[in-house]
Ligand binder design. Structure first.
Ligand SMILES: Nc1ncnc2c1ncn2[C@@H]1O[C@H](COP(=O)(O)OP(=O)(O)OP(=O)(O)O)[C@@H](O)[C@H]1O
Ligand SMILES: [Mg+2]
Length: 422
């Protein structure tokens, strides 16, 4: 399996990106070496969540010219006495606000992306800032959404999450149709075509402009103006093959999650982006005092010493949970009877990820009437992630490399030497 870089973003702030990114990275490190990189460079959220001493951080990478892998912090033995998370490490953001690191310019972004691409880990999780600006979007894969987090508790975050999908696709299209793109060497009237395409893109991107509501309409219009063209087919495929993976955080039952999160998310994607994309629910994380207290104590829930009690949490009825599981996973397997929780082996084999995914699902399912345990949620999320990564092409989930504009152009026009886009 090639290395996969998986950004965790949400558009909106405070929905649980850092919580999901941190505990997912810890969970994944049980399968293979995993690094968590804090790209929320203004608030240094990861080091606020994992309170271990940090010797070097992104400051040392940018200012002291240390290699990025020299800026990795591992867990001290006292935090991980059984060595369960020995494959985990994180790169912290600077402790203080340093303008050029908080808002990196184009050069710094390229420098950091190149270093992330070289990190010695099988999984790299990026904890992103809130927002939709280029500090976020330029670090996202261009063929899928990475992991989007949203929550039924903050309906506006749902729309922001679907806006990220739009922003990724538009970033790519703007590069493919930028003035220096080789595309124009293949059309009869390059200048007119360039103006036409970019006007149409402006119209789709402008949500107040009703004429071209989404990319599906854009493609129809463009085909009408240009006739059949191989690049248009490629753009259509880009939209069709785009994969969206999401996690519901602070999940509190299927009805609430469906009405206030999943449904508006899908509706917004269809109306403003396209109806052709494939959406995958990766899992959910219950609302849990244990999670919140772990964050406040700067010791993530997965690293907290077990006291044998989960925080009380109301559970919904069997029917509702069953429906959720079937709806979000597409699984039609007969769920087995509960069995005692087996200790997680020291290094689960990635091959066993599907079995572990089903096991975690089974445990979550049979905890009805008992108490939900967020550890099960992260076990499920990581096993499902490993299983899907193993099954999906690198372009479908995560990315082996963060690509700059030149690489994106090259992937569209492989035969042409591409100049740097303006
Ligand atoms: N599942 C959960 N159950 C209970 N509390 C949670 C859960 N997920 C997150 N929280 C709490 O919600 C708050 C925001 O979480 P977190 O910092 O992970 O969000 P974020 O999206 O990374 O925020 P920001 O945009 O500021 O980076 C924190 O106080 C955290 O402890
Ligand atoms: Mg955060």
């Amino acid at each position: 399996m090639p290395k996969r870089i998986i950004p965790v973003s949400s558009g909106k702030g405070g929905v649980g990106k850092t919580t999901v990114a941190t505990n997912l990275a810890l969970s994944l490190s049980r399968y293979a070496p995993t690094l968590l990189v804090d790209l929320d460079t203004g608030t240094s959220s990861v080091r606020n969540t994992i309170g271990v001493p940090v010797e070097r951080d992104l400051y040392h990478f940018f200012r002291k010219k240390r290699r990025l892998d020299d800026c990795v912090t591992s867990l001290p033995a006292s935090w991980d006495p059984d060595g369960l998370y020995s494959g985990f490490g994180f790169v912290a953001a600077p402790l203080h606000l340093i303008e050029e690191i908080t808002n990196f310019g184009a050069d710094k972004k390229l420098e950091l992306s190149a270093a992330i691409n070289e990190l010695p880990a099988e999984f790299v999780i990026l904890d992103m800032k809130a927002g939709l600006d280029s500090n976020v979007v330029d670090f996202l894969p261009w063929s899928n959404s990475g992991i989007l987090v949203f929550t039924p508790h903050l309906p506006s975050a749902t729309l922001a999450a679907s806006d990220i999908v739009k922003a990724i696709l538009f970033r790519k299209l703007r590069i493919v149709f930028s003035p220096s793109s080789p595309f124009y060497a293949q059309v009869k009237d390059p200048r007119t075509t360039m103006l036409l395409v970019n006007d149409l893109l402006d119209e789709v991107e402008d949500v107040y402009e009703p004429a071209l509501p989404n990319l599906d309409a854009f493609l129809v219009d463009l085909a009408g103006s240009l006739g059949p063209h191989p690049v248009l087919e490629q753009v259509a495929r880009t939209v069709e093959h785009f994969r969206v993976h999401y996690v519901l955080n602070a999940f509190n039952g299927i009805d609430e999650a469906f009405d206030t999160a999943v449904k508006p998310f899908v509706e917004n994607l269809v109306s403003t982006v396209s109806e052709r994309m494939t959406l995958t629910n990766l899992g959910w994380v219950v609302k849990s005092d244990e999670i919140h207290q772990g964050n406040c104590r700067r010791r993530p829930v997965l690293l907290a010493p077990r006291d044998g009690h989960s925080a009380p949490h109301p559970t919904r009825g069997e029917k509702a949970l069953d429906a959720l599981i079937r709806e979000t996973t597409g699984l039609t397997v007969e769920l087995r009877k509960p069995k005692p929780v087996l200790p997680v082996p020291h290094r689960p084999d990635p091959e066993s990820a599907l079995a572990r995914e089903l096991d975690a699902l089974n445990r979550m399912y049979h905890r009805k009437g008992d108490r939900d345990d967020p550890r099960d949620n992260f076990e499920y999320l990581s096993a499902r992630t490993v299983h899907l990564l193993d099954r999906c092409r690198p372009s479908e989930f995560g990315t082996p490399r963060l690509c700059g504009p030149a690489e994106i152009l090259r992937s569209f026009f492989p035969a042409v030497a591409t100049p740097r886009p303006s």
